[in-house]
Design a protein around this ligand. Sequence first.
Ligand code: TIU
Length: 220
Amino acid sequence: MPVLHAEPSPLEFEPAQTALVIIDMQRDFLEPGGFGAALGNDVSLLHAAVVPCRAMLHAARLAGMLVIHTREGHRPDLSDAPQAKVARGAPSMRIGDAGPMGRILIRGEAGHGIIAALAPIEGEPVIDKPGKGAFYATELEPMLRNRGIEVLLVAGVTTEVCVHTTIREANDRGFRCVALADACASYIPAFHAAALAMVSAQGGIFGWVSDTGRAIAALR
Ligand code: TIU
């Protein structure tokens, strides 16, 4: 069985029981004029994750692993958007407002789409999620259980928000999670580092931390 070198310990994994989960690599978070920018963030900070995600995606496809993509967003009528989320803070544009890539964080709009470099292909499920975690109000858990998935390699943005929430949700459900450090990114670099440290601390309280170089080497 392949061994993934990781902190705090090596992890044996069966590729057929492992999924690559790429979180929210959407134009709304990575490109100017979307939700991330509306919150006042420098979206260029997320670009560091694109090439590692692409390399991991390629390796996972070659290995025949399950690849799952997620997108954060809401129905056009906002019926699945908590008022607390829509009203929060003082963004330049709120969820549902019209922006240069269409309505902010709304399903079907250009900004809601996954960036071209990481576009899903036939057979790769795309999970539309209304929250931060990919398990909340989605079909992700049965999808993983039905395929016998036990290990999740997790990449995407942002490390401390949707990636971390998903890893926490998965950990409580019994999945072994590996955060791929270089394939994750945050608008706040100190939070990226802290979020990764939190995963592997205390003997791996939420899981493991590795990187795409080590994960791709393990699949060879
Ligand atoms: N996908 C995700 O992380 N959603 C966010 O809103 N992240 C922020 O860091 N704002």
